[in-house]
Design a protein around this ligand. Sequence first.
Ligand SMILES: Nc1nc2c(ncn2[C@@H]2O[C@H](COP(=O)(O)O[C@H]3[C@@H](O)[C@H](n4cnc5c(=O)[nH]c(N)nc54)O[C@@H]3COP(=O)(O)O)[C@@H](O)[C@H]2O)c(=O)[nH]1
Length: 542
Amino acid sequence: MNKATAVTLTVVLGLVAISVPIAIAIHLAWKQAFNQEMELASSIAQDILRRNHASLDQVRAVFHELAAAQASDPCSDENRRLMAKLDLGSEHVQAIGYIKDNVLRCSSFGRHKTVVSAPAYETSYGAEIRLALEFPLLPGKKFLVVTDKATGYTAAVHPNLPIDVFAEDPDISVGLFSVPSGRLILGRGNFQQQWMGHLGDAEQAQFSDTQSLVAIQRSSRYAFAAFASVPTAKVYQGLVQAALVLVPIGVAAGVALGFAVRYLAMQQLALPAMLKVALRRHEFFLNYQPIVDLQTGKWVGAEALIRWRRPNGELVRPDLFIAVAEEAGLIQRVTQRVMTILGSEAGELFERYPDFHIAVNLSAADLESQATIEGLRCLARETAARHGNLLIEATERGLMRAEVVKEILGEIRSMGVQTAIDDFGTGYSSLSYLESFEFDYLKIDKSFVDTLGKDAATSQVVPHIIEMAKSLKLEMIAEGVETEAQAQFLRERGVQFAQGWLFAKPMSFEQLIAGLSASGASQECALQNGGMRGDAPEVARA
Ligand SMILES: Nc1nc2c(ncn2[C@@H]2O[C@H](COP(=O)(O)O[C@H]3[C@@H](O)[C@H](n4cnc5c(=O)[nH]c(N)nc54)O[C@@H]3COP(=O)(O)O)[C@@H](O)[C@H]2O)c(=O)[nH]1
């Protein structure tokens, strides 16, 4: 990637890093305000339902008591006294009377002969409803009147009482509608007939349109439902309030992320220059991760893994700087550095453990260059390496220029340096393509080993890789083995070697030597000369 592209990418990423948290903050503020208003609507609807249940329960109790009195004349003095008593004792019922043939014959206030309107509708539980009836002694006051169809007893409820909630807020509409007919029974403010459709057979419904947030709650005992609606404008007011808290947090998070992106980008852009300095100042060192024989558990080799410690003590991860070194054309110098360090350390190792091997990672550029042959020859000389003491690991991505790589690999093998295909299965090589390269080992990638024992689709891949390796007559090294179950699986299927935290993490040269001494690995290593092919004139010690 050139510098201009990297700068553009950084600016774009920085803008995204800043704007995404702000967008998330605004979205959260909106959601919070919306939920808050919806919860308010829902709690009002439930309150209205509670109040209506209380009113109706009292009306039914009144009817029950009057029926129980079994008066032969519903308007007798005694029965009217009972009406007055029940009336006084009820919080919701304002007047009690007796209606027959649409004539109010008497009430707790006395005898009448007032013609009243026909009921607006009849309920499923045998009550007749008149929505706005005036009592003779209370002119100008309209009541919701319920008449027990069977007895004619009638109770009047103040129409505002059940919906007398949030009355001080004119923007909030509330009411009660009959479920079967969709007719509004009581209400204040705005009510749209089509809201009913949202309830269907459900207990409750919550929805919004461009103007309102609506909550509907169905009665579990009567054929009506209560609703409350809050104007959408209130959500915007709430949004502003929530945004005042959340947006500054989002801006702070965005700015912090923006700085982080900038810092990382600067580091990334500066890395090639830093790498050059690090190569000059010898800031690299090696770690070694043991490779074990899965049958005996002995350490038979180790992979050399480069480490970069900056002068301030910071360790830079190889998966960060190797890619940069490859892109910046510095990887061959890095590989050369690996071989130089190895040259100063491995001689002692091969002398004490003649059958031990050390693996060196090669990138694509290394695999295409004669300089690698020279480097390995020099390393073999310096360390007095025997046939099989040195091994190179090439990834599938490194094999792109097949013809050139084949030639270099051939020369490497003819020196007695063994070859392994690394990260197997993560690239795009076909079997026939791989067959055309001569490798000694196949390294099964950690990503496949990770899936062993899991239900993942890729967990089926390892047995196929093993079969393939067998058919290509390659020995196998499984990477990233972390559990005994994985080791057991691989062992049972004939995988010879493994590497991973289950056995040992990457370690210093001194730790490797100490570990080898402790395990007494000298003569019994499994990567015997018998496991190698061809002569090795350059590396074989006399
Ligand atoms: N061209 C070169 N590439 C190199 C060199 N040194 C390292 N690398 C490559 O960098 C990548 C990261 O390497 P590293 O951080 O050293 O990680 C290695 C092991 O530590 C890790 N590993 C091994 N076992 C386990 C395990 O059980 N769990 C776990 N979480 N990680 C584990 O795997 C890395 C080794 O991978 P591989 O090379 O594929 O065998 C990595 O791609 C290195 O190749 C260098 O000198 N040159």
